[in-house]
Design a binder for this molecule. Structure first.
Ligand SMILES: *Cc1c(COP(=O)(O)O)cnc(C)c1O
Length: 364
């Protein structure tokens, strides 16, 4: 039997009665944009993260873009971020006209190396976007200290980390903005696109509400050019149902991860995902590293077992960002050759975990 990377339909079947009822309520309400479910979800999600305000937007990419716009970032500015992430993190910087500056990552957690970030801070630097990769928080204490020392805004890309914690604090609430995606494959996934920005700053929250709605500051008065980037009512209704189950789903992912660890520990030539101190991992991905990555990948594929390389080309090497420039970021480049993400989702069975682990062991 094939094993997929994730199984969105299985999650739906588990919650079907609740989701169907929520969707039918919206359909019959006639209120499809900026309705009561969006407002309730914004408060529930921000509250879950320990932040004061939530602003729903159309996607995680827009969440990042509008957060940078709210900070007034634009042409001539620089924003430092990681090269080892989904391209949307850096696209959002480029959309504003600012320049993304890539800092190398740490070899264990594969997230921003704060010492490399510090070396790149210059007179044009305005902000740092940190990515909580694969569902594990980056070092928010060190990043906050660095940003405070240089008067930079910290933006958290939480697309993969809904529910993850650093020193007991949920990701998203530490930075000037926490940016979330509800793309269906994320830990909290909608049934379509969606995103959210959380912030402690009321003025910033208001500015985001204006930006997402064509710059409309009430009564069709437009002081700035905005966007059409709203979270829609149907997605918000679905996300409200799923948010109440998120802790259980993240716990189930940790159960899968614990079994992978137990069955794959101590193998020569295989590194398990780093468990960084003081964090609660939500395992958006379970990502192993190996010099024999491609052999493992081929062995799994031959048995119809999904696996994926997140990410095969670091962003500083992408043609869209100038391609094969002279910048060398060796830790990110090495990671791109070694990472392999195994299937992980709450419904993955013990039997299938064992099958996957047996194949990995054999391939090594
Ligand atoms: C998914 C993702 C995004 C983009 O989210 P969308 O909702 O697809 O726009 C941004 N950053 C990271 C790290 C992601 O994984």
């Amino acid at each position: 039997m094939p094993i997929p990377m994730l199984d969105c339909a299985a999650e739906y079947r588990r919650l079907q009665a609740q989701i169907d009822a929520a969707v039918l309520d919206v359909l019959s309400s006639g209120h499809y944009i900026n309705g009561p479910n969006v407002h309730a979800f914004e408060q529930e999600a921000a509250g879950y993260c320990g932040s004061a305000h939530g602003v729903g937007v159309a996607s995680g990419t827009d969440a990042l873009h509008l957060a940078l716009r709210a900070l007034g970032i634009g042409p001539g500015d620089e924003v430092i971020t990681t090269p080892f992430t989904f391209i949307a993190t850096a696209e959002a910087i480029a959309y504003t006209g600012a320049t993304p500056v890539f800092a190398d990552i740490e070899p264990d957690g594969l997230m921003l190396d704060v010492d490399r970030v510090a070396e790149l801070v210059g007179p044009r630097t305005r902000a740092v976007i940190t990515v909580h990769l694969y569902g594990q928080a980056s070092d928010l204490d060190r990043l906050n200290a660095l940003c405070r020392a240089h008067d930079l805004a910290l933006v958290e890309d939480c697309a993969q980390s809904f529910g993850a914690e650093f020193a007991g604090r949920k990701t998203g609430a530490d930075g000037a903005f926490g940016c979330f995606s509800f793309y269906p494959s994320k830990n909290l996934g909608g049934m379509g696109d969606g995103g959210l920005v959380v912030t402690a700053n009321e003025q910033h929250a208001h500015l985001l509400q204006v930006l997402r709605n064509h710059g409309n500051d009430g009564g069709y008065r437009h002081r700035i050019i905005g966007y059409n980037s709203r979270l829609d009512e149907l997605q918000a209704a679905i996300l409200r149902v799923k948010l109440t189950h998120l802790d259980a789903f993240n716990e189930a992912r940790r159960r899968v991860a614990a079994q992978y660890r137990e069955q794959l520990q101590g193998l020569d030539g295989l590194d398990l995902p780093a468990e960084l101190p003081g964090r609660t991992h939500v395992y958006h991905q379970f990502t192993i590293q190996s010099g024999r990555r491609n052999r493992i990948r081929d062995a799994l594929r031959a048995e119809d077992i999904a696996c994926a390389v997140y990410y095969p080309v670091p962003l500083h090497r992408q043609e869209a960002f100038g391609g094969l420039g002279s910048t060398s970021l060796p830790v990110a480049e090495r990671a791109a050759e070694r990472v392999l993400s195994l299937p992980i989702f709450p419904e993955l069975s013990d039997e299938n975990i064992a099958r996957i682990c047996a194949l990995v062991r054999k391939a090594l």
